[in-house]
Write a protein that binds this ligand. Structure first.
Ligand code: BES
Ligand code: ZN
Length: 664
């Protein structure tokens, strides 16, 4: 572990331009105002200090050997020397070679030089084969020398490019590897139509570097243009200006005029059709899923409108959804203008559409205001989870709102039960760690609960006004936790000194657990189920006597998740035969039930468990199920199913679950 830590720290040191900064005079360094974030951060109005995460920081981060606290604004997960250069625009030309499972082509980066000196340009890559690099000014690009640095197991390999003096453009010819961590190549068998292959990328957190050599850090924002070449029968879409009318001729052109961080660059290729849901919203999906998806998500346009009304304009033009095959490792991903969505939420009754509200909400929190490093992820996910609940209330009413909030709170408590203290801190220390492996509910639900407390204290109307101004103030910028706290200082804390205090804010963000006296969301629709569950457990009533007519998905989930650790074989059989849980078509309910089945050795659910694990790649389900199997003495069975399913899993799914199953 130690040597590994050292390598990534070293990479990080280079990435933060520690070395570059120690070579030039400090004043030159601190005068350099156009570093990645300083360029993008407009100082809050009354602040006297510079924004964090800039060229004058390395001084503070010098004692890396004894670790200390992570430095605000430093991206420990990128090699890029963003104090020397920042990428402003990307021109991508890629061919998707489905036979060899590689993306092949060229990335041209327009760079802005921030120093007087002429250091190497350091980019992030992972398993990319770079074949040639040219650099120069404008269209006059000449071949230049480049080297691949030492590979770090978490961060990939730095690509170091010698630039001619004055160069403002670099063209990199390259090819991805078939196992690229951010790309999944699907066989026709893994799609809904079973006839055509499919490709999708998933760049967050640090996987853009596996399909584009670039500055893979959320502190740098760029516009992009892309040409994507595909087999003729397929359609390509991106996190850009998609044209549903684009001819299927094997060449697709895209433009993304709003500057975005690298983790929001995304490509999808498949047998895709389009259906409009509203004026600004629509769905891309395989024809087999298109109608069902458009129906399930028909409220998307309403969600967009209420969010705009309450939190400020939608700044991305269109909002479309891309429905992916079930191997997609997440529920959804907020790629700008085109959220990527798992098909496993098409339940037929809109019960799982909070996912759409969530990905849409990222158009404000995350895509408009972006976390400056992965330590600040809670700024993306906590705000988004808070907004999700609000959107659900606007569109579906108070009862749904209460239930969504209460389920989120229960998720948080469950996570707090089995996590180390240090990982319960919102501004989490990720140094030397792979962000994929530290993923939890903390940034989501603790972040959201914190904002809910602020709302409760200052009143909803005042808090909404604050949020609207916040989104406007930091629009199209990347900010740190400290930037946010500073902004709070200047706004809510100043306006409501009798209601809020800085200490409490610090406690929420920098201490483990939930601060005492925090709100505890509950729902009447849930609490009325407690005595029913209790009566059934005590044998006072039969499962078939419970009147479940009209129960929502949320109530089912609450009812099942509240079951004790151990149930008897008879109890399991009774529940299953009364409610047909093993065959539930709602994947969330099936998941809750399978968790119970695994920990109680309920054999009749084994076939469904296997089918579920093989056919769905969403890690929110797979990780707990595999972990549960391992913890309940079913490691061999977990291995057997994992080996069977593996070839269909996304690289990320393989990585995180093989850790659970094989412990490596
Ligand atoms: N941006 C996340 C997914 C993500 C986070 C990918 C961190 C990689 C690193 C996305 O918006 C998300 O949160 N998805 C959730 C949605 C759920 C909370 C409604 C998911 O996939 O389960
Ligand atoms: Zn999210």
């Amino acid at each position: 572990m130690q040597p590994q830590l050292f390598t990534s720290s070293l990479g990080r040191l280079i990435g933060a331009s520690l070395l570059a900064c120690s070579l030039v005079t400090l004043s030159a360094c601190s005068k350099n105002e156009d570093t990645a974030r300083q360029k993008q951060i407009e100082e809050p109005p009354t602040s006297t200090e510079g924004a964090a995460g800039t060229a004058d920081q390395p001084e503070k981060s010098a004692p890396m050997a004894d670790k200390g606290a992570p430095e605000s604004g430093v991206d420990y997960h990128s090699f890029a020397n963003t104090s020397d250069y920042v990428v402003k625009h990307l021109d991508l030309d890629l061919t998707a070679d489905f036979d060899n499972k590689v993306l092949k082509g060229e990335a041209i980066l327009d760079i802005k030089r921030l120093t007087q000196k002429n250091p190497e340009l350091i980019l992030d890559t992972r398993d990319i084969n770079v074949t040639a690099v040219r650099a120069g000014m404008g269209d006059n690009l000449q071949p230049v020398k480049f080297t691949m640095g030492e590979t770090d197991p978490h961060l990939g390999t730095p690509l170091k490019i010698k630039l001619p003096k004055g160069a403002n453009r670099v063209a990199i010819q390259y090819q991805t590897s078939p196992g690229a961590s951010g790309v999944q190549w699907l066989e026709p068998q893994q799609t809904a139509g079973k006839k055509h292959p499919f490709l999708f990328t998933q760049a967050q957190a640090i996987h853009a570097r596996s399909f584009i050599p670039l500055q893979d850090t959320p502190q740098v924002r760029m516009t992009y243009k892309a040409t994507i070449r595909t087999p003729e029968e397929l359609r390509a879409v991106m996190s850009a200006n998609n044209d549903p009318e684009a001819e299927l001729d094997g060449v697709f052109e895209f433009e993304m005029p709003q500057a975005i961080p690298s983790y929001l660059i995304a490509i999808g290729i498949g047998n895709l059709d389009f259906k409009a849901m509203g004026e600004r919203t629509g769905v891309y999906a395989e024809p087999e899923l298109l109608e069902a998806a458009a129906k399930e998500f028909e409220d998307t346009e309403d969600m967009l409108e209420v969010t705009e009304e309450n939190f400020g304009p939608y700044r991305w033009d269109r909002y479309d959804l891309l429905i992916l095959p079930p191997s997609f490792p997440f529920g959804g991903m907020e790629n700008p203008r085109l959220s990527f969505i798992t098909p496993t939420v098409i339940a037929g009754d809109k019960s799982l559409v909070a996912l759409i509200a969530h990905e849409l909400a990222h158009s404000w929190s995350g895509n408009l205001i972006t976390n400056a490093s992965w330590r600040d992820l809670w700024l993306n996910e906590g705000f988004t989870t808070y907004l999700t609940n609000r959107i659900m209330q606007f569109v579906y009413g108070d009862e749904r709102y209460q239930m969504e909030m209460a389920l989120g709170y229960d998720d948080l408590k469950a996570d707090l039960d089995d996590r180390d203290d240090k990982d319960e801190i919102m501004a989490i220390d990720l140094r030397g760690r792979d962000p994929d492996e530290v993923f939890s509910n903390i940034p989501y639900e603790k972040g959201s609960l914190f904002l809910y407390e602020l709302e409760q204290k200052v009143g909803r109307e005042n808090f909404d006004k604050f949020l609207m101004e916040y989104f406007n103030h930091f629009a199209f910028q990347s900010i740190t936790t400290e930037d946010f706290v500073k902004y709070l200082d200047q706004t809510l804390l100043k306006q409501y000194p009798d209601k809020l205090d800085r200490e409490r804010i610090q406690e929420w963000i920098f201490n483990p657990g939930i601060p005492e006296g925090a709100p505890q969301p509950t729902s009447d629709a849930f609490t009325k189920l407690d005595p029913i569950r209790e009566q059934w457990l005590n044998g006072e009533i039969k499962a078939s006597d419970i009147d479940t007519k009209g129960w929502t998905f949320h109530q089912w989930k609450y009812f099942l998740d509240g079951m004790p650790e151990k149930l008897s074989e008879d109890q399991l059989k009774e529940l299953d035969s009364a409610f047909d849980l093993t065959q539930s078509k709602n994947n969330e309910i099936a998941f809750s039930w399978l968790m119970i089945a695994v920990r109680n050795d309920y054999e009749p659910a084994n076939a469904r468990l296997e089918d579920f694990l093989v056919s769905i790649g969403r890690n929110k389900f797979l990780r707990p199920l595999y972990r549960n199997m391992v913890e309940n003495g079913k490691t061999d069975e977990a291995k057997r199913i994992f080996e069977k399913a593996k070839s269909g899993y996304h690289p990320l799914t393989v990585k995180v679950n093989s850790k659970i199953i094989y412990g490596d």
